[in-house]
Design a protein around this ligand. Structure first.
Ligand code: F6P
Length: 741
């Protein structure tokens, strides 16, 4: 609008000045035109009246001459007529002849051009014409009509210029607006590549609308590319993750699915308590969800879980006093479903199948059916929770091998990232599974399938090649199956850095003192810790045997070193787990019995649920942390111990069969099956100089700091964003090709 005013006002002013300057010119022009006209008329009248006038003159009848003249002046413009005889004789004139016109003084009027004369009655035009018969005819034309015409003309001219000005202004403004907008839009469209889609003059093709939308999104992505986070050069924090979600994924909705929920509401002595489960998955994902918001769908397994959810089975978490950051949507399973899906197929079938821990998998058809039913239940929950048709869904773990395919069926546009938290076995081992094709088909519904290590990615591709009809690209690490592509990638999981507990935790000295006091141990007493779910894959028996061996080989440690094993009960309905717990308890008891004469126990076994704060205190107060898993996808206990040691002290003993061993070579790496080696590692750890502890710990802390859980999640989400971009590009290319056909 302002632009229009700036243009219109000067235009009107200029036109006004122009009109004002033009008026005298118009007056002059009109006068000249009319004068010429009057002269022509005067000639005509003179020629016409010459003969009859002389005939009348010859009669000498003045009254008839006057009558003749009066008839001539009937013409409204002819005001007066006079005849001036040559030298002698009286002039004859109409009474209207102005006094200023005298026959004796005709010389002042030009001939043949007439002259304008101002008289008392107004302006008149005098034409003097010599007659053939002698004498002169004086014709006086009234010029007041010219003034009238001139006034009218001025008015018309004024109105004309005003009209012209307004019209020009209006047209100019409209055209300027249209063309500016059009130009700008055109330019934008061109920059967005729309020109390619809608060439000017060609009709809009509605079928191209989705392609145009995809291309626009793609162009926005490409525009964002320079701003894209350079993974290696940023410090990965919750904010980095949020920026990534807002930037590269444009606030895309994130839905997480796992069996284990991050908060369990339990009824204890009439009160509702909140438990945080002993789960590496939860440890890793919880801080990520706090940063991303979104919805976490999980099995509601707590005794008070139903009492605290809303009508849609949702609850905002974390619970007070922390501010709520995301939604937890609980899925309910019947006893029978849980038995078949969780305890049965997942934990008696897939779990031992994927871990080399020498426990045979058990596969039952009834378990498989419950597993499939539970996966369908979770797929429905995902569809319920999805607010868009293309959410990012993060499916976690071996409980949901069928879920990616089911989600793909209900939400074909979704980007599905499946993360397999446990090892993937070789094809021979996996081939044991009676529903191997179904499991693989389900997993290949994922856009991205992640494992902790490259070794497990390789095992997966080997399995695909061996067991189903799919095309494996070893260079790109993709599987092409049923017309869809699944990228198989390595994403070593990690933990929150810095630990949120670090800010409020007691000092290392206080933690050391608290532990010793709790267990009745003297100051300076060496403490080793193990923190695990009581799972046969964790190598707790092997660990205890190594402790026993240490005391055998280095009896000077008796009474001076105690190993505390925190063991969270897990999957206790499964016979193998019950037997395992019994064996561990018996072993600990036997070792303590064997060394009962020592001043302090060799082993303290705590089989119970431990809250993360308490575990953190053990990490900080211990001298050695022992992780002896027989097979483990990653093992986050190792990383949590290192993260807790901001004093750069303490030694980590780590099984070579964990994913973590590939990232933390500064730990004391052991083969848990080699009892002597493990005992030697304990001896090495307990006697390791502080300086060496610091050097090792620093390196390990650096690594975890750099590759924390935000980076783990960030890499997956970024790959998802890239995949969406590429998906849009190939969709658009196919659609353009189709439209062109
Ligand atoms: O190791 C696989 C895993 O899913 C971990 O991610 C998690 O720590 C653990 O198993 C939890 O087991 P559960 O949920 O059966 O207690």
């Amino acid at each position: 609008m302002r632009l229009s005013l700036r243009f219109v006002v000067p235009l009107l002013v200029a036109l006004g000045i122009f009109a004002y300057a033009a008026l005298p010119l118009v007056d002059r022009l009109m006068l000249r035109w009319f004068s010429r006209d009057l002269e022509v008329r005067a000639n005509l009248i003179a020629t016409t009246v010459d003969d009859p006038l002389h005939t009348l003159i010859r009669t000498g009848d003045r009254s008839r001459i006057q009558e003749f003249f009066t008839r001539l002046t009937q013409d409204e413009r002819l005001f007066a007529v006079a005849f001036c005889p040559p030298e002698t004789g009286d002039p004859v004139a109409t009474p209207t002849l102005p006094a200023e016109v005298r026959c004796s003084d005709l010389g002042r009027f030009t001939e043949p051009a007439g002259d304008l004369l101002q008289t008392a009655t107004g302006p008149v035009f005098i034409s003097v014409r010599p007659l053939v018969g002698g004498g002169k005819l004086v014709l006086v034309h009234d010029m007041s009509f010219i003034a009238r015409r001139s006034r009218e003309t001025r008015d018309y001219l004024f109105l004309f210029f005003v009209g012209l000005g307004l019209t020009v202004a209006l047209i100019t403004v409209v055209i300027a607006q249209l063309s500016w907008r059009g130009w700008v839009q055109g330019l934008r469209a061109l920059l967005r590549g729309e020109g390619l889609l809608r060439p000017s003059g060609k009709p809009y093709v509605p079928e191209l609308r989705p392609i145009a939308r995809d291309l626009r999104a793609l162009i926005r992505d490409l525009e964002a590319a320079p701003r894209r986070l350079d993974e290696d050069h940023v410090a990965w924090t919750p904010d980095t993750l949020r920026t990534l979600l807002r930037g590269e994924l444009r606030g895309q909705e994130v839905i997480v699915v796992s069996n284990r929920e991050p908060y369990i509401h339990m009824r204890q002595n009439g009160e509702i308590k909140v438990w945080r489960p002993a789960s590496g998955l939860v440890t890793a994902l919880e801080p990520v969800m706090r940063a991303c918001s979104g919805t976490w769908i999980a099995h509601g397994g707590g005794s008070a879980d139903r009492d605290v959810v809303d009508a849609h089975d949702r609850i905002a978490v974390p619970p007070p006093p922390a501010p709520p950051a995301y939604q937890l949507r609980r899925v309910w399973l019947t006893e029978q479903q849980e038995a078949g899906y969780y305890y049965g197929f997942a934990n008696e079938g897939l779990w031992p199948l994927c871990h080399i821990a020498h426990v045979r998998p058990t596969f039952r058809t009834s378990d498989w059916e419950q597993y499939a039913a539970a996966n369908r239940l979770f797929a429905r929950a995902v569809a319920d929770e999805a607010r868009s048709d293309d959410p990012i869904v993060l499916v976690h773990d071996y409980h949901f091998a069928l879920l990616p395919r089911l989600i793909r069926e209900s939400l074909p546009e979704a980007t599905i990232i499946t993360f397999w938290h446990i090892p993937w076995p070789n094809p021979e081992a996996f081939g044991i599974c009676p529903w191997r094709e179904e499991v693989l088909d389900g997993l290949l519904g994922s856009s991205i399938l992640g494992f902790h290590t490259q070794f497990h990615c390789n095992n997966f591709l080997d399995t695909i090649e061996r067991l189903i009809e799919a095309r494996v690209d070893r260079e790109m690490f993709t599987v092409s199956y049923r017309g869809e592509l699944t990228a198989v990638k390595r994403y070593p999981i990690s933990i929150e850095w810095p630990a949120s507990r670090a800010a409020t935790a007691a000092s290392v000295e206080q933690c050391r003192a608290a532990l010793r006091q709790r267990h009745g141990l003297p100051e300076g007493h060496a403490i080793g810790i193990g923190v695990d779910r009581l799972d046969y894959t964790k190598g707790v028996e092997e660990r205890l045997r190594a402790i026993e061996r240490l005391f055998e080989l280095q009896p000077e440690w008796l009474g001076k070193f105690t190993f505390v094993q925190l063991a969270a009960p897990t999957r206790t309905r499964i016979e193998h787990y019950q037997q395992y717990q019994a064996r561990v308890e018996a072993l600990a008891a036997r070792i303590n019995e064997r060394f009962k004469h020592a001043a302090h126990p060799a082993v303290i076994l705590r089989i119970e649920h431990h809250e993360p704060e308490s575990v953190y205190e053990y990490y900080r107060g211990a001298d050695v942390c022992v992780v002896t898993s027989l097979h483990d996808g990653m093992n986050l206990v190792a990383k949590e111990f290192v993260a807790a040691r901001d004093d750069n002290a303490g030694v980590l003993i780590l099984s070579q069969f964990t994913g973590a061993a590939r990232e933390l070579p500064e730990a004391v790496i052991v083969n848990p099956y080699d009892t002597d080696q493990c005992a030697a590692a304990l001896q090495l750890a307990l006697t390791m100089p502080k300086e060496e502890q610091r050097a090792r710990m620093r390196l390990m802390r650096e690594l975890i700091k750099e590759f924390n859980v935000y980076r783990w999640a960030g890499r997956m989400l970024r790959d998802a964003a890239g995949m969406r971009r590429r998906g849009r590009l190939s969709h658009s290319a196919v659609a353009v090709a189709r439209a062109a056909l």
